[in-house]
Design a protein around this ligand. Structure first.
Ligand code: SF4
Length: 451
């Protein structure tokens, strides 16, 4: 077997894409390796969201150079591929700066990797594909493999929103939704492989608008309703949503669909209308709060999560205070928060009123301590409750298993290893910093059948 090493950066969509790259290469005789040393092909599946993303990829390539040379000294050949959003954004610049790179492939063209490897192996030079062809991509990928009872399923890619801080519309292209039948077939296949929970993925997943066989375009809510009919599939989630696309039928799905888990990641980014406008978020503070109210009316106990950017260009103390006030009002179960950092090519990067670094750090610290307090409060409120947990893998201790609560918190349970792959009721005994500890609820004795 040839050795394949994939390093994945960034979001769950990249995790899904990396699994699909492995699916594509397995039939060609490649087996996954834990380290790049001696690999026949190394794929860096990159993300452009974080600060200095491209620079981090270039330093990783610097480290790989030595491994590639070592392999060549032993008479072998290590192919190096850069995939994902940095590949899309940088294109040929990558091979210009790092001549050890053989393949540059954007996220919409990853299905072409086998053909690109063949081209490089035939010594036809380097291969570069950065076209936006999402329909071709999904049509060309092989059947997914399941690695455990929970899986991701990409249903939508790209974004038309153009928030002024974000590179996604430039690296992933316009919004594209996979057809309903294709998604349903993939979900049924996963369920047949033992998958009990599927998270539908998309950069703007609730903008989903996929062609169905009835000739209509289906919304995400309609798609969820269809997937909920699949036997053996017990849990559905979706991420990431935009407040603008939180439609009435989707809110109703949170009320009516038992399989749809009570967790929603709904990024707000800022609590100030002034900043939201400068970010081109196309929603207001009040609009967001109203949405939260509607969601909580539909499903009273739901774990809400969000993304926040502090120190966006022009953000004043008063703007930041509006964000803190919004957080106090919503009370999040979990959240991700970052200091604003300019992404080359985005409109906000050129803004003149950048916030000083120290101010950003102070604001981030204040926000994160409030969010941590809320996360701990939500976890504490779970103590003493019994809830169904899907056990996904072994824990650190012998016999221990780790699963997910309906609210997406990791739950550690002793003597539960035999339940991996199953859903079992657990009584939450204690809230830890980032997880819960619990005990299995004993199965009720079966009633003795009457003679
Ligand atoms: S909605 Fe905004 S932040 Fe989200 S992917 Fe689109 S442009 Fe980026």
């Amino acid at each position: 077997m040839k050795k394949l090493f994939i390093k994945t950066y960034g979001c769950q969509m990249n995790v899904y894409d990396s699994a699909r790259i492995a699916d594509l290469l397995t039939p060609l005789g490649y087996a996954a390796a834990d380290a790049p040393d001696g690999a026949d092909i190394v794929v860096l599946n990159t993300c452009h969201i974080r600060e200095k993303a491209a620079e981090k990829v270039y330093s990783e390539l610097g480290r790989l150079r030595r491994l590639k040379e070592e392999k060549a000294e032993q008479g072998g050949r290590m192919l190096i591929a850069v995939a994902g959003c940095v590949a899309q954004a940088e294109g040929e610049e990558i091979t210009r700066r790092q001549n050890i790179v053989d393949i540059v492939v954007g996220p919409q063209a990853l299905h072409r990797i086998p053909e690109m490897i063949a081209r490089v192996e035939r010594r036809e030079g380097r291969a570069l594909e950065t076209e936006f062809v999402p329909d071709e991509k999904f049509d060309s990928l092989p059947a997914v493999r399941a690695e455990g009872p929970a899986a991701f399923l990409t249903v939508q890619e790209g974004c038309d929103k153009f928030c002024t801080f974000c590179v996604v519309p430039y690296t992933r292209g316009a919004e594209f939704s996979r057809p309903v039948a294709q998604i349903e077939a993939e979900a049924r296949h996963l369920a047949a492989l033992g998958v009990r929970e599927i998270t539908l993925l998309g950069q703007n997943v609730n903008a989903y608008c996929g062609a169905a066989r009835d000739g209509n375009s289906w919304s995400l809510a309609r798609l969820l309703n269809r997937l909920a009919e699949i036997d053996g599939l017990d849990r559905l989630r979706y991420t990431t949503s935009h407040p603008r696309d939180m439609s009435r039928d989707l809110i109703e799905a949170h009320r009516d669909l038992e399989k749809l888990m009570p967790y929603l990641h709904l990024p707000v980014q800022s609590g100030s209308d002034r900043v939201l406008e400068a970010m081109n978020r196309r929603h207001t503070r009040d609009g967001y709060l109203h949405l939260v109210e509607k969601i909580r009316t539909a499903r009273s106990v739901i774990a809400l999560s969000s993304d926040f950017i502090v120190g966006f260009p022009g953000e004043s103390d008063a703007d930041f205070e509006q964000t803190m006030a919004l957080v106090r009002e919503v009370k999040y179960a979990q959240a991700f928060s970052f200091k604003y950092s300019p992404r080359p090519g985005t409109p906000a990067a050129a803004a003149r009123k950048q916030v000083p670094e120290q101010v950003k750090s102070d604001r981030l610290q204040a926000l994160q301590s409030l969010l941590a307090e809320q996360q701990a409060g939500f976890a504490k409120s779970c103590e003493g409750l019994s809830m169904p947990v899907l056990f996904e893998k072994q824990g650190r201790k012998a016999g221990q298993a780790v699963g997910r609560s309906p609210y997406l918190q990791p739950v550690h349970v002793d003597d539960a290893e035999h339940l991996i792959g199953e859903i079992h009721d657990v009584t939450i005994a204690r809230a830890l910093t980032n997880s819960l500890g619990g005990m299995l609820v004993a199965a009720r004795p079966k009633a003795v059948a009457a003679a």
